[in-house]
Write a protein that binds this ligand. Structure first.
Ligand code: ADP
Length: 596
């Protein structure tokens, strides 16, 4: 419970304006005093009652005092320069901890800036709560033109799992409890909580306020799979000749690391991690089929999806990517409506991943027959061929650097820091880094995710640094970095151990396009040539490096990680390196049309 404020509840009968001094002394004598609290305190108390200790946000009317109070009451308030990045930080904190990350914004435009992050969190199944101050209902509903007027509750609804508004101080406890439960139970996601300015100022009896708070019990209850579903799945897996496990970020989120590893090792089934599931088992694990990805997707006859959706990232489970051999899918997911979303699922197992995997594991007994040497041998052969090819590419030392030589240098440095957090976004920068940089521990890689979105970079980096207290390396395309670059100031203000590496090839995809008219404007994909992003961080007191060779990059990265301070490495890449849309050329309407 916070400090309750003592406020006068009565007023002297013959109070008159202009007699203030005399008046107030008389007033002090006759008022009765009662312990009261207000909306500001109750919001903070409700969050603290649920062990929420950090708020990411950006202050302004009407929530500045809420942020001040949070800090005064011992919570961490991390202030950003744009709400979208505060929201992304909250979302990644939610993914890392299974507790909803909190983002606090002002009304209308601040809320809308945060909404992008809330929608992205929901899409990625990350638990977060966007709390926004809002204008007065009476004026908003009659559209009478209030300061930052907007019907935020209804604007938020389509983009999140749940949206609530609290109108009375005594309901704040319920509002916060409902938001927490909605964010983390079942399939996690984003929740919007609307707090009108008037609510925050409302006062109520302190005891009544205290009693209205709720500590949420068992916010994400275990969901035990049905035994017959587990049996069905085991039968399908046992019938496989060429089984494959596909681990998604749902599996990483579930924090069932030991059972997932045991299931894979005891069954002997090769596995593929989706990008944010990398490190659930170390990428160097001998059963990893990542270096033979196309081969295993085409050849597998039974695929066990654990917390991974058959969305565009997996070519919807069909087409060339999956080959012509018939396939059966086993799918473990907490959301029953995910099943059959793209292709028929032979054995759905609905429940939380921890419970589902441990139930499957119980069925893997001494008589379990591991996959044939023919299958694992074929994968091993592909892997070693592809790895040798990759090693040769990485060993080249072209001048200027290209994506591969720069990433080869980063990879070798990061091997020494298995617990480092890695943020990664861009087009080519994302595609190449995902396959070149190995992860060794779970929940250490944070990237563009389900939407393949640009702009998560600095928000995720700050969220990961604040949440883990460990260093972060953010590998950013120069275009991707632009979306959140101003948060370098935030990184410097909080002295966070974040090293940002910019792959600078002077443009979106690359920097060589020209304006076909010969006009003065540069081509749509081109940026300022030779930009020195390292100077940006120097403006805020961070360390800047400009590097042009893998050796310089190695040195700068080693130095900056050791310093544990904000740093930015401007890595100059060949401006003609990089393909249009990275590996997503098929999604680009023009190139898709040209292929037809
Ligand atoms: P990826 O992009 O790595 O393939 P997705 O985000 O597509 O992963 O899939 C994650 C899936 O994991 C979602 O379908 C979600 O419902 C599921 N999921 C998330 N958390 C859990 C959990 N604790 N237990 C079971 N399934 C979960």
């Amino acid at each position: 419970m916070s400090i309750a404020m003592t406020v006068p509840v009565g007023k002297a009968e013959n109070d008159t304006a202009g007699d203030t001094l005399k008046d107030s002394s008389r007033h002090a004598n006759i008022v009765s005093e009662a312990e009261t609290t207000d909306g500001f305190h109750l919001v903070i108390d409700a969050l603290k009652a649920n062990d929420i200790d950090t708020i990411f946000g950006l202050v302004g009317i009407p929530i500045t005092d809420l942020a001040r109070l949070a800090q005064a009451e011992g919570m961490r308030f991390i202030g950003f320069r744009h709400e979208q990045h505060a929201g992304n930080a909250a979302a990644i904190a939610g993914y890392m901890t299974q507790k909803p990350g909190i983002c606090l914004t002002v009304s209308a435009p601040g809320f809308l800036n945060g909404l992008t992050a809330l929608a992205n969190a929901t899409t990625n199944c990350f638990p977060m709560i966007l709390i926004s101050g809002s204008s007065e209902r009476e004026i908003v509903d009659l559209q009478q033109g209030d300061y930052e007027e907007m019907d935020q509750l209804n604007a938020a609804k389509p983009y999140c799992k749940a949206a609530y508004r609290v109108l009375h101080a005594e309901d704040i406890g319920v509002g916060v409890a409902r938001a927490i439960r909605a964010a983390v139970s079942g399939r996690p996601g984003g929740v919007y909580l609307d707090l009108p300015a008037k609510l925050l100022a409302q006062t109520i009896d302190a005891k009544k306020g205290k009693d209205s708070l709720i500590r949420v019990i068992d916010a994400a209850p275990r969901q035990i799979p049905a035994p017959d579903a587990v049996q069905r799945a085991l039968e399908v897996i046992k019938g496989a000749k060429r089984p494959l496990v596909l681990l998604g970020k749902g599996a990483a989120y579930a924090q069932a690391d030991a059972d997932i590893r045991a299931f894979i090792e005891k069954t002997g089934i090769p596995y593929l991690p989706m990008s944010m599931a990398k490190g659930l088992l170390p990428d160097t694990h001998e059963q990893s089929a990542a270096a033979a990805r196309s081969f295993v997707l085409q050849e597998a006859d039974v695929v066990v999806l654990i917390g991974a959706r058959l969305n565009w990232l997996l070519a919807h489970g069909k087409g060339k990517t999956w080959g012509s051999a018939p396939k059966k899918f086993v799918q473990i997911d907490i959301s029953p409506t995910e099943i059959d979303s793209n292709v028929p699922i032979a054995a759905p197992v609905i429940g939380d991943i921890g419970s589902c995997v441990s139930a499957l594991l119980a069925g893997v007994d001494a008589k379990w027959v591991k996959p044939s040497a023919e299958w694992t041998g074929a994968i091993a052969e592909r892997k070693s061929k592809n790895l040798a090819k990759m090693a040769a590419t990485l060993a080249q030392n072209p001048s200027p650097m290209n994506f591969h030589s720069a990433l080869g240098a980063i990879r070798d440095v990061l091997k020494k820091y298995p617990d480092i957090n890695l943020v990664n976004e861009g087009a080519n920068t994302l595609d190449y880094a995902r396959s070149i940089i190995d992860q060794y521990q779970p929940r250490k890689r944070f990237d563009s995710g389900t939407w393949g979105v640009m702009g998560i970079g600095m928000g995720f980096a700050i969220g990961a640094a604040v949440t883990s207290g460990k260093p972060v390396v953010a590998i950013e395309g120069d275009s991707a970095f632009g979306f959140s670059g101003m948060e370098l100031e935030t990184i410097c203000r909080y002295e966070l151990p974040v090293t940002t590496v910019i792959f600078n090839n002077n443009g979106v995809y690359r920097g060589t396009d020209v304006n076909p008219t010969g006009g003065k404007d540069v081509a749509p994909t081109v940026f300022v040539k030779g930009a020195r992003y390292d100077k940006m961080i120097e403006a805020f007191g961070g360390i800047g490096y400009n590097v042009t060779t893998p050796a310089e990059l190695t040195k700068a990265l080693e130095e900056s990680i050791a310093a544990g301070r904000p740093a930015l490495i401007n890595a100059v890449i060949d401006e003609s390196a990089g393909t249009e849309s990275g590996r997503l050329t098929n999604l680009n309407p023009q190139s898709a049309a040209m292929k037809k």
